[in-house]
Write a protein that binds this ligand. Structure first.
Ligand code: FES
Ligand code: FES
Length: 157
């Protein structure tokens, strides 16, 4: 049995420790907000945070998550940065089909936690691994900047 810290709660799985984290999250523990896209660390749909760092859960064995904090899209809004990112996404209507958007939000939140005022180049670099077949990239960029402004205005007040 493997015990994981997922969104601040301890959850156990009987699956082998080389099972990809994405399979455990979705199929075993019911955290279906994280999506399966390519299964090969190429699209970013499965992005979650491991101790605050964005990782591709489709290629990360659960053994690598033991003793670390796993955060998924279901809990990213519990954090002020994640909350600002989600609010900006809604305000600017970023999503089209929505399939890639959980991963986009997880990568954007990780970026703003590390770099609260990213340049366009830094946004492009941080988000390069998150593919959107609907082509929402312009709105994603605008929403990251909107969340950045909201957070910096809050920090000054
Ligand atoms: S499903 Fe993990 S990167 Fe595509
Ligand atoms: S919103 Fe459809 S794939 Fe990104």
């Amino acid at each position: 049995m493997t015990t994981l810290d997922i969104n601040g709660r301890r959850e156990a799985t009987e699956l082998p420790e080389d099972t990809p984290l994405l399979w455990v999250l979705r199929d075993d523990l019911g955290h279906t907000g994280t999506k399966f896209g390519c299964g090969q660390a190429l699209c970013g749909a499965c992005t979650v945070h491991l101790d605050g760092q964005p990782i591709r859960s489709c290629m990360t064995p659960i053994s690598a998550a033991v003793g670390k904090r796993v955060t998924t899209i279901e809990a990213v809004g519990a954090d002020p940065v994640g909350r600002a990112v989600q609010a900006a996404w809604v305000e600017l209507g970023v999503a089209q089909c929505g399939y890639c958007q959980a991963g986009q939000i997880m990568s954007a939140t990780a970026l703003l936690k590390q770099n609260p005022r990213p340049s366009d180049a830094q946004i492009d670099e941080a988000m390069a691994g998150n593919i959107c077949r609907c082509g929402t990239y312009t709105r994603i960029n605008a929403a990251i900047k909107k969340a950045s402004s909201t957070l910096s205005a809050g920090a000054k007040s």
